[in-house]
Structure formats: structure tokens, C-alpha cells
Design a protein around this ligand. Structure first.
Ligand code: ADP
Length: 491
């Protein structure tokens, strides 16, 4: 088998160009580590209008490329940049689909109606671009429902195209709850036919389900932690796709996301007020001071700050906080620094909290990478009460920043955070199981009491957390193994 693989990666998000969550982080990092391991990788993603063409030095590669979707001919142009000067990134420039202010939804969080058209076009365009670039992929790697159709395209529309004879497909599921279920019109728009509109493939209650079809057609499928890989094989965790996942047998596995320590390491982070490391934590005090000021909190180093950075959606579990926040604020001397956006009622809840508890809660509604780094560095604790969490990156970043995670034991959170044992002092964070107000309250109380009353344990937990290593090197080796298995099984 070839040593250096040609890998096409295509996705709706890619850091540093476009991101709403972990998907963008992974697509912006994994290719660089694959390249480091000796492989040839290209990334193909949309040219959203908010991507700054000058800042990223975009240049036009091809003009007027034509792709046929079932009911229309689409003519687009291709632009090129690199990911941190390293991996080539190609941008599909088609204004009617991608000249939007957000990736998936309008400013009121209403999904764009034509999402299935936008992303099936992206997937087909990616294959056409490979041909134009004369880049025959050994692996075509899609991510989430948006580019899950890629494997089906290879096995159907391009099955007789000799350019793709040796191309195996891999699909990564970053969150199985988002499946891309739409009117069956979009199945046909994408160019698929009746043969594939069956319950084992793309059909789901007379609608098309892009993720389901992708799972069926991909030569190998993975998700982003081992814990989540087990959970989505169960009816409650699989959101209706547990049987599809199980049918993949050993062509389905969990590979933990790595952290990009080039961006997320307090020893080198350029976005934080002062650098620090596990042997000298002095800089963390200054980060906390700046955080308290920036979030309008009482500036007092002795009070623990709990950080929150999140999409504000049901999955993340914050809907449990209204049921215990009064008890927390009345009985514990603690502060919260909150950053996020999403469901209106949660945005309103956190904004009101700052008004109700001035100096104790600071809330910033929106997306802000700079503030995310400040919260990671300046907080003492970090709260993630997720109902489910495929991998979760913020708890991994938190460990590195000595900001002890308080997490629910689910998916990647369970795989990465070790519960504090008050008898031995071992652990790297605070873990609870039951998704209830009581459990959140008790666990926050436990963490805060450890901060105040078991200072040596808190200090040791912090040091141990900072020495944990979730770098990409290990995960990349697992991806390469998965790629090779996909190629063997296809052959
Ligand atoms: P998910 O992909 O479900 O949103 P992850 O924990 O895998 O959750 O990844 C979230 C990523 O998005 C992290 O890098 C986190 O720092 C970032 N993030 C989430 N919300 C915000 C925000 N409001 N501002 C800045 N960064 C954010």
C-alpha cells in the first residue's frame, strides 16, 4: 500500500476561516497533523462572505467551473489559500449559496432553507475540483451530515469514473443529533435516485436523511471519542441511527479529537494577559485579574471563578441551571464568567443573571475567540453539564490551562476528565452522573469547597490536569489506520 496518501477533506467549517464549534477546530487541525505525518492533504470548503479574502491572502485558482445538480447547472469559481502556511485550502465561491452572514442559519438562528442544496453541491463540487487539480484522492473524508453524501457520490455518480477508482471514503460524525433530514426533493436534487431512497440508505420516514445515507455508503465511519462511539450504538444515544451505526461492525470506531496546543497552551498563548505553565502558575493570577475586570466581576483572587464557553443549546445541559442557580449564589461565594450564544431563553437567563448578581456573574452573549482564551486562562473551574458530548474540546483546553473541569460523565467528557478522589487527592476534575439540578449544585459545591478548604489538593489537581496530553499525534496515527482499513475493505 502507498505510504503517502492523497487525502481530500471537505467540510462546512474550517478554522481559521469559519467555525461554530468543534467541527471547525478539527477540520482546521487534523489536516496539518496528517501532513506532518507525511501525507498530501487538501481541504475544500465554502467561501462564505464573512471570510476575509485579504487577510487570508486568497487567490483565484479557477474561474467558471460548472457542476450539474439535478435541477440546475451551477457555475462557480475556486479560490486558494493555505492553513497556517501549510495545507492547501480551496474555497468554493458561489454567492447564491455562500454569500451569507452565518454558516447554517440567519441572525435569528433560523436554519437556511436551502442547506441541503448548499452542502450537497459542496460535496459534488469537491470531487470535481479534485479532477481539475489532478489530485486523485486515496481517501475522501467527509464530516457530519453536510458532506456525508460524499461516499454515496463515489459509489453512485462517480463509480465508473476511473479518476476515483482507488478512492475510499471515510465519514466522521461530530454530533449524531444533527442528521440533515429534509423533504425527499433534496435527495433527487442531489442527483440520487429511487434505488437509494430506501430505509437502509437515505430514507427516513419518507424524508431524506443525509447522515444515514452517508453511514451506509462510507467505507469507514468514526466518531470523536470512544465513549460517544459506545453511546451512539444504543437507542437513546443514537438518535434513531443506532442500527445504522451497528451495521458498520468494525468499520466504525471512536477516535478522540486532539487539542491544537499551538493555539491552546497557556505557556505560548498570545491571546492571554500572561503566560504560565505547570511549574509556575503566577501568570494565571494576572489572567484572573483581567478576566474579573473584563467580565465586571469583583476583583478578588480569593473567590473562585467558574468559566462557561458554549453554544447555548439543549445538548449542553445549561437548562438545568435555572433550577439551582439561586441555591448556588446564596450558599457559595463563587463567580461566573459566561460566554456563548444560541437559544434565546438561555441568552436571556444568563444576561439576567448578571443583573441579578452584579459583581458575581459576568455574561457576554456572542462568539469571541479572544474572550474564550481569557476565560480558559483566568477561571479556576470550568462547567460543562452536557446531556451528551461527542468529544468536547473546552474541557481538554481547560485541563491544559489548569482550569479544573466540572463535567457530566458522558461521551468525551467521561473519557478525558478523571474524577477527584478526596481520599487520595487524585483526579483532574469534578464529575457527576445524573443530569439534574441537584447533581449540578452538589458538584459545584464540592469543587468550590475543594478550592477553599483543600488547597493542596486543588493545587495538585491543577498540576496533574496541566500535564495531561491530548495532542493530535496519537489521534492522527489512529486516523491513518482507519484510512488504510477503509482502503483495504474497499479494494
Ligand atoms: P461543540 O462543537 O458541540 O460546540 P466543542 O466543545 O467540541 O463543542 O467545541 C466548541 C469549540 O467552540 C471550542 O473551541 C470553543 O472554545 C468554541 N466556542 C464555543 N462557543 C464559543 C463562543 N461563544 N465564543 C468563542 N468560542 C466558542
Amino acid at each position: 500500500m502507498k505510504e503517502a496518501l492523497n487525502i481530500l477533506m471537505t467540510a462546512s467549517e474550517c478554522v481559521p476561516f469559519a467555525k461554530t464549534g468543534g467541527l471547525g477546530d478539527v477540520v482546521g487541525t487534523l489536516p496539518r497533523f496528517l501532513k506532518k505525518a507525511g501525507h498530501n492533504v487538501i481541504v475544500i470548503t465554502p467561501l462564505y462572505s464573512f471570510i476575509n479574502r485579504e487577510e487570508h491572502n486568497l487567490k483565484v485558482t479557477f474561474d467558471k467551473i460548472s457542476v450539474r445538480m439535478e435541477y440546475e447547472e451551477i457555475v462557480f469559481s475556486l479560490h486558494e489559500s493555505t492553513m497556517r502556511g501549510d495545507v492547501p485550502v480551496y474555497f468554493i465561491d458561489y454567492e447564491p449559496f455562500f454569500n451569507r452572514s452565518n454558516i447554517y442559519h440567519d441572525d435569528n438562528f433560523v436554519d437556511y432553507q436551502d442547506n441541503p442544496k448548499r452542502f450537497s453541491f459542496l460535496s459534488k463540487a469537491a470531487l470535481e475540483v479534485c479532477k481539475l487539480l489532478n489530485f486523485p484522492p486515496d481517501i475522501a473524508h467527509g464530516h457530519d451530515w453536510h458532506t456525508a453524501i460524499l461516499p454515496a457520490y463515489l459509489k453512485r455518480l462517480y463509480s465508473h469514473d476511473s479518476f476515483f477508482t482507488n478512492t475510499a471514503s471515510v465519514l466522521t460524525i461530530h454530533n449524531i443529533a444533527y442528521q440533515g433530514r429534509y423533504d425527499k426533493y433534496y435527495h433527487y436534487y442531489a442527483g440520487l435516485n429511487d434505488e437509494d431512497f430506501t430505509p437502509d440508505k437515505f430514507e427516513c420516514f419518507n424524508a431524506v436523511n443525509f447522515l444515514k445515507g452517508g453511514i451506509y455508503f462510507a467505507d469507514a465511519v468514526n466518531t470523536v471519542s470512544k465513549g460517544y462511539a459506545s453511546e451512539i450504538k444504543t437507542p437513546s444515544g443514537g438518535h434513531g441511527l443506532d442500527q445504522s451505526i451497528k451495521s458498520k461492525g468494525d468499520n466504525f470506531l471512536g477516535i478522540l479529537n486532539g487539542a491544537d496546543y499551538g493555539e491552546w497552551d497557556p505557556a505560548k498563548d498570545k491571546l492571554i494577559p500572561s503566560n504560565y505553565n505547570s511549574t509556575n502558575l503566577n501568570g494565571k493570577d494576572l489572567c484572573k485579574k483581567v478576566l474579573q475586570k473584563e467580565f465586571r466581576l469583583l476583583e478578588n483572587n480569593k473567590i473562585p471563578v467558574i468559566g462557561i464557553i458554549s453554544r447555548m443549546v439543549e445538548q449542553k445541559g445549561f437548562y438545568l441551571l435555572p433550577g439551582c442557580i439561586d441555591q448556588i449564589m446564596e450558599s457559595l461565594d463563587v463567580q461566573f464568567a459566561v460566554l456563548g450564544s444560541g437559544d434565546k431563553y438561555l441568552e436571556v437567563f444568563f444576561s439576567d443573571l448578571e443583573k441579578r448578581f452584579p459583581g458575581k456573574v459576568g455574561t457576554y452573549i456572542g462568539y469571541n475567540n479572544h474572550l474564550a482564551h481569557l476565560i480558559e486562562s483566568g477561571s479556576d473551574l470550568f462547567l460543562m453539564p452536557s446531556l451528551y458530548e461527542p468529544c468536547g474540546l473546552n474541557q481538554i483546553y481547560s485541563l491544559k490551562y489548569g482550569t479544573l473541569p466540572i463535567v457530566r460523565a458522558t461521551g468525551g467528557l467521561k473519557d478525558t476528565v478523571e474524577n477527584y478522589d478526596p481520599d487520595t487527592g487524585q483526579g483532574t476534575g469534578f464529575v457527576f452522573w445524573e443530569p439534574s439540578c441537584n447533581s449540578i449544585y452538589n458538584t459545584i459545591k464540592w469543587a468550590v469547597e475543594t478550592f477553599y478548604n483543600r488547597k493542596q489538593h486543588f493545587h495538585d489537581l491543577r498540576k496533574r490536569a496541566m500535564l495531561k496530553n491530548f495532542s493530535w499525534e496519537k489521534s492522527v496515527a489512529e486516523y491513518i489506520k482507519l484510512y488504510k482499513k477503509a482502503m483495504e475493505d474497499k479494494a
